[in-house]
Design a protein around this ligand. Structure first.
Ligand code: TYM
Length: 334
């Protein structure tokens, strides 16, 4: 039996470069080798209270992006999390053995509690439990995600092991964050801060269908140093971010050239950004067209969603029948 792989992306807007290089690029590679389940995490997106209209639009869009950018529904299972209600059942069971203290210590929860003090809901607190349910539902071993998800994977292992210990068995395997034997990726944003993220604002993020004009504008406005520094000086965080973005789309020669210019103290950031914008446009242009045409093919997307839901539910139902049995829900009247 092929190893199971699970991963998902929240439909909180369009996919961006961080999603692509942190996670999606590996989805494409993995679908040829493993039994893959890639979903759209619509339950998870409810922590930020989208309107019904926004949610409907976003889920369709992310499905179109999954397909346009290379997921093949014949090779892997592509589905909406909410089409598999067994997810919610496993989440409930796992919640009974997830503790307040450990959930409150999760970095992403603390960060969200700080940035959205008016909406610290229980869904945010138990976000890692729902994520563990997504993964364990298919007994996945590999979970392709970006660096920011490392701690959530650690929690998924904790919940899997706790379940196994409690019921004295080896039912759930231990899932691992996965990136083909290399470090997990963190794509920086354009505004000089941490990782690229939608919540950091439009100007921080490059979408996979970013129009050419705004792409150019965003990169030319990206934070850098005001001018060349002393020869041999270390790169500032903002400059390092630009080099990190170059490493995604520019040739080694281009990167080498600007690296040497930086070392010599003669770098011109305007030139670097111009080159980065041109190479980024070459990378994004074909994606932009493909996403647009896939989005227009509603019938195909509907068929893919139906097929994926059926395949994912089959796998989920197998697991849940066993989980109920293990917990003791195989009732006397059955
Ligand atoms: P989300 O939507 O925040 O992110 C989806 C994926 O994109 C990666 N990512 C990044 N990687 C590198 N650099 C960035 N700047 C960057 N921004 C986003 C994330 O690491 C993630 O892999 N909680 C998950 C969704 C989820 C999930 C799961 C994933 C729900 N259940 C089960 C795996 C398994 C998330 O962060 O979504």
């Amino acid at each position: 039996m092929r190893e199971k792989v699970v991963s998902g992306i929240r439909p909180t807007g369009k996919l961006h470069l961080g999603n692509y290089f942190g996670a999606f690029k590996n989805f494409i590679k993995l679908q040829d080798q493993f039994d893959c389940y890639f979903f759209i995490a619509d339950y998870h997106s409810l922590t930020t209270h989208p309107t019904p209209g926004d949610l409907k639009g976003s889920v369709k869009r992310v499905l179109a992006e999954y397909i346009a950018l290379g997921l093949d529904p014949e090779k892997c299972t592509v589905y909406f999390q909410s089409d598999v209600p067994e997810t919610a059942e496993l989440y409930l069971f796992l919640n009974m053995n997830a503790y307040m203290g450990e959930l409150e210590r999760v970095t992403s929860f603390k960060e969200k509690a700080r940035t959205q003090p008016d909406n610290i809901n229980a869904g945010l607190l138990t976000y890692p439990v729902l994520m563990a349910a997504d993964i364990l539902l298919h007994k996945a071993i590999k979970v392709p995600v970006g660096k920011d998800q490392e701690q959530h994977l650690e929690m998924a292992r904790t919940f899997a092991n706790r379940f196994n210990r409690l019921y004295n068995n080896e039912f759930f395997p231990e899932p691992q964050a996965f990136n083909f034997n290399t470090q997990l990726v963190k794509v920086p944003g354009l505004t000089g801060g941490g990782k690229m993220s939608k919540s950091a604002g439009e100007s921080d993020t490059i979408f996979l269908d970013e129009p050419a004009t705004s792409l150019n504008k965003k990169i030319m406005r990206a934070v850098s140093d005001s001018g060349p520094t002393e020869p041999g000086a270390d790169k500032s965080q903002a400059v390092q971010n630009l080099f990190d973005l170059m490493s995604l789309v520019c040739t080694p020669e281009t990167i080498g050239f600007f690296d040497t210019e930086h070392k010599n103290g003669s770098i011109r950031y305007g030139d670097l950004k111009k080159q980065l914008a041109a190479d980024m446009e070459t990378f994004i242009a074909p994606m932009r067209d493909k996403i647009e045409s896939t989005l227009a093919n509603e019938k195909m997307l509907q068929e893919i969603a139906h097929l994926g839901a059926a395949k994912a539910r089959k796998s989920a139902q197998e697991t849940m029948a066993q989980v109920r049995e293990i917990i003791g829900f195989s009732k006397f009247y059955m």
